[in-house]
Design a protein around this ligand. Structure first.
Ligand SMILES: Cc1cc2nc3c(=O)[nH]c(=O)nc-3n(C[C@H](O)[C@H](O)[C@H](O)COP(=O)(O)OP(=O)(O)OC[C@H]3O[C@@H](n4cnc5c(N)ncnc54)[C@H](O)[C@@H]3O)c2cc1C
Length: 392
């Protein structure tokens, strides 16, 4: 059994397959967690990059409910694995979905109705004093509490899962980029260091897969997103006293949280070329100061970015390229929790129980039009409308 990619998807699959007795070789071109899994904002949420209404329109009511339930299971699985393997990744439960404008407040109310229909806790809509007590910012009109979502230290989580996979018997080869794949009854997975032959292959290269698997390339678009970490500050705890993770409802959203060592981790901005925007630390701090004016003059100690694997409809993209070649990708910026479950359901499918994997595989997807040169302007055109909407 071979796996391409040492992000959460790949290491979770390695763990679950090794525990089922498979001989697993995971091939990672750089280091474990080098991709999105080690760089992200650590916000662990149920649901998908696409809204639940969109998922329902794609697969119908019955399957959209199954998908929602599996996305909640994904968050439970994350916490269960942290507990089981004692992974030191500062897990916190608590989340605020924040409204910047009146339209967002209505959207939060609609979300509450949707959650009730899904049998999930509807959360509490905070406004006025109650809101300020939880989110000490002048920017927001309301926020919806979420008792399922929360946050973790994502690199430590990924590394911890990889260690658990190795302890279960999986072999992990870092610095081992796959250069080509030859399908067949036995799949040949070629690297500069040698060839792995396997009965099954799972492709989990996310936004970093490039053109390796030609039939997959057009379905995802790598988009850059960025995070800053301020210096540790005594006043950060008072900005989000309940230590929730927070994201707003804009299309190009701000997402932020406290770190365990009292930094403000503030994420946002996007780059469709994946080249970092100019003056990134300064411009990110300026965004953060709109939310927390208290941060004016704060020192930015770290600034980094990474690529998310966006699909056209923002729903995850799982499937098969052959009976023995499976893939999971397209988490569309919403993968911290879902990737763990993706690895688990891929392992189930490889072990012969494909029902849950196939609920994901039923989600219809289309390719971004044209090659990469055209995908960027096409996506820009499509997203300009939503950016303009963010301003209203
Ligand atoms: C800056 C940033 C912030 C984010 N914030 C959040 C958040 O707060 N909440 C949330 O839910 N999601 C967030 N995401 C998205 C989330 O991180 C991803 O959905 C998730 O980590 C994807 O995991 P993965 O294992 O599928 O892919 P990755 O973690 O990207 O791993 C893929 C791996 O495959 C390897 N690879 C690719 N090609 C090859 C090859 N040919 N040979 C060998 N190895 C190869 C790469 O080196 C890489 O390590 C964020 C993403 C970024 C970039």
């Amino acid at each position: 059994m071979a796996i391409i990619g040492g992000g959460i998807s790949g290491v979770s699959a390695a763990l679950h397959l090794a525990e089922r007795g498979f001989a697993v070789a995971l091939l990672e071109g750089e280091d474990i967690g080098w991709g999105a899994s080690g760089r992200n904002g650590g916000q662990a949420l149920p649901g998908f990059g696409a809204s639940q209404a969109k998922i329902k329109s794609l697969v119908g009511a019955a399957d959209s409910k199954k998908l929602w339930d599996m996305s909640v299971e994904a968050v439970d699985l994350l916490h269960a694995q942290i507990q089981r393997f004692g992974i030191p990744c500062d897990p916190v439960v608590g989340y605020l979905h924040a409204a910047v404008k009146p339209r967002h407040v209505r959207e939060l109310q609609e979300t509450q109705d949707e959650l009730v229909a899904l049998g999930a806790p509807p959360g509490e809509l905070l406004q006025g004093e109650a809101l300020r007590a939880r989110l000490n910012s002048p920017r927001y009109l309301a926020a919806l509490t979420d008792g399922i979502a929360g946050h973790i230290h994502p690199l430590n989580y990924t590394l911890g899962l990889a260690q658990a996979a190795q302890a279960a018997g999986a072999k992990i080869f870092s610095g081992t980029r796959v250069t080509s794949v030859e399908p067949g009854k036995t799949v040949a997975v070629r690297t500069a260091r040698g060839t792995v032959t396997a009965d099954f292959l799972l492709v989990a290269g996310g936004a970093y897969l490039g053109g390796l698997m030609k039939p997959l390339a057009g379905y995802i678009m790598p988009v850059g997103t960025y995070i800053i970490a301020t210096e540790p500050r005594a006043d950060v705890a008072a900005m989000i006293p309940g230590n929730e993770a927070v994201a707003d409802l804009n299309f190009v959203l701000d997402y932020f949280r406290r770190s365990a060592d009292d930094r403000m981790l503030f994420g946002g901005r996007v780059s469709y070329s994946t080249l970092p925007p100019p003056s990134l630390p300064e411009s990110m701090l300026a965004r953060a100061c709109k939310v927390f004016p208290q941060l004016k003059g704060a020192r930015v100690e770290f600034c980094w970015g990474g690529n998310v694997d966006i699909t056209v409809n923002r729903a995850p993209h799982f499937g098969r390229l052959a009976d023995n070649i499976l893939f999971v990708q397209g988490f569309s910026g919403h993968g911290v929790a879902l990737t763990g479950l993706a690895g688990k359901v891929a392992a189930e499918a490889i072990a012969g129980q494909a029902a849950r994997f196939d609920v994901f595989a039923k989600i219809p997807h289309s390719r971004f039009p044209g090659g990469r040169a055209f995908r960027v302007p096409a996506l820009l055109l499509a997203t300009t409308y939503f950016r303009l909407r963010d301003m209203l």
